[in-house]
Design a binder for this molecule. Structure first.
Ligand code: ZN
Length: 332
């Protein structure tokens, strides 16, 4: 049974290829973080090696070993633990070497490259050589949030599978039916996940994720309520976090964006569609303090900041401009 939820297009395509024995040598699975790319990749690795009549059965020795990362022929490659920013050529050279050896215990060797967009240019070129001369029985599965960042030569060697976020109602149903999450919490997690089930499941079992989100909302409310002087004092903290992890700062900006989009929805009379349903009363009160154009302009400001940071603008300057883009002292 395929465990990935709601990705019926990708699953039925793979299922048909398996039945026909026409599996590609390489797949590129594209979709936002936590949407189910790794689950799909592991399911495919299971299906390729499961000896049962309807693979992947999920129960046999082979399926279980793959699920727990202990199968000798299924290898996951990602950022190594040394906090490096890219997947290096040495890692891909090892893959290349290993792909030329026969499977040890299964039928297929499967190499899953997580966050493939982080491969260095040398690593991507090395992988390309391997993809151009595929060894029999070897399957590569590249996972990426944005396939556009990969060299076109690599992409052209892969069959592309796109995974989309699920509707919030589907995430909510899975949380309550499969994971026993209580209804109100399931609804909140489903909205906050933006259809990425993996995040919702992680947040259902790890209290810290919601707590972290609550702290970030509080931080945002402090900033909205503060004058420019206090906000500028906050900028060095953002700059510091940015230095540690760009991903962390993007998560914070995404949360700010959610908040201001919620204000826009409330203002437009579509309060039922908001993300932060546990702060509905605050949002309704706050929306009264702004004109529509002001809310739109803050949304544009947050998006522009994200874009500038991606283009390596000076972070301090980008954050200061962002602070100025939020109208002063109208925190409701
Ligand atoms: Zn099995």
């Amino acid at each position: 049974m395929w465990q990935v939820v709601g990705q019926s297009r990708a699953v039925s395509l793979l299922q048909r290829s398996l039945e026909r024995g026409s599996i590609a040598h390489a797949y590129l699975v594209v979709g936002p973080p936590h949407v189910g790319k790794m689950t799909l990749a592991l399911n495919l690795a299971q299906a390729l090696n499961c000896p049962e009549a309807e693979p992947p059965c999920g129960l046999c020795d082979s399926c279980q070993k793959i699920a727990s990362g202990k199968h000798a022929d299924v290898q996951t490659i990602g950022l190594d633990s040394n906090n490096s920013a890219e997947i290096g050529i040495d890692q891909i050279r090892q893959v290349q070497h290993s792909s030329n050896l026969p499977p040890f215990e299964g039928r297929h060797k499967v190499f899953i490259i997580d966050r493939a967009e982080l491969m260095s240019t040398e690593a991507a070129n090395c992988l390309l050589k391997t993809l151009e001369e595929p060894a029999a029985g070897v399957v590569f599965i590249l996972l990426a949030a944005n396939g556009g960042v990969l060299p076109a030569t690599v992409v052209s060697r892969c069959q592309k599978l796109e995974l989309s976020p699920l509707p919030a109602s589907e995430v909510e149903a899975v949380l309550s039916q499969r994971w026993g999450v209580e209804q109100q919490r399931a609804e909140l997690l489903a909205r906050l996940s933006h259809g990425c089930l993996g995040w919702a499941i992680a947040a259902a079992s790890d209290e810290r994720l919601l707590k972290q989100r609550d702290e970030r909302v509080e931080g945002l409310l402090d900033i909205i309520g503060a004058d420019y002087g206090v906000r500028f004092d906050y900028v060095p903290r953002l700059v510091g976090w940015f230095g540690q992890s760009r991903g962390l700062v993007q998560e914070i900006l995404d949360l700010w964006l959610d908040w201001w989009r919620d204000l826009l929805l409330v203002k437009l009379g579509s309060g039922g569609a908001i993300t932060n349903i546990d702060h509905e009363a605050v949002l309704v009160g706050m929306a009264r303090g702004y004109r529509l154009e002001q809310i739109r302009s803050v949304i544009n400001g947050i998006q522009a900041t994200g874009e500038q940071l991606r283009q390596n603008a000076n972070p301090r300057l980008a954050f200061e401009v962002l602070m100025l883009s939020i109208p002063e002292g109208r925190g409701g």
